[in-house]
Ligand binder design. Sequence first.
Ligand SMILES: [Fe+2]
Length: 231
Amino acid sequence: MPRKTILAMVALLMLLCACGVGEQISAANADPKPKPEPNSYEAQDFTRLKGMKGFSDQALDMHFTLYQGYVKNTNLLGEELQKLAEQDRTKTPAYAELKRRFGWEFDGMRLHELYFGNLGGKEPLAPDSPLMKMIEDNFGSYDKWAADFKATGAMRGIGWVVLYEDPGSGRLVNTWINEHDLGHLAGCRPLLIMDVFEHAYIPDYGLRRGDYIQAFFDHIDWQAVEARLGK
Ligand SMILES: [Fe+2]
């Protein structure tokens, strides 16, 4: 073999080796997880709730899918708003409408997380717990509070029932949230959330919303609710 050919092959071999080593070094330095986009949220997994009495797996699966849609659209709106801001198009109707829409999607996401997060319990609220004391101080008794919470949930319309803690005064308030974004009490902390959109109960209960509300009460995770109290 001519000397020039041998030298060319050696040079090519060295070049290939160098490239391979370079790739290995860059792969070793690479962050294995891509950095999250701004405003990106990940859907939480609530499949632990499946098998809960009074809630069919089919209805829960449908509800989880609806929740995932809020997460997806919250992220999508965040990205679209960021693009418009980068394009200096913040004075457009599109920017204004997407800004308004963001709260609806975000609250739909967050309220579902709080709702699923306060389900799956098996024990009633402990009589000597701090929350029970607060409920008795604010409403007179647990039964009076529960009657008011249930009555709020039985109101005509679609929305949410929220037991709020007002950190400033220490008061507890049962409140109706219309859709997802109207009626929140500014500065208050949501403790217990019940979904009374039709999709939450019609698959299993038809129009018997009261039966669904009772099933919800049978499965409140009071430890999760108490963990939301202000310290
Ligand atoms: Fe829902």
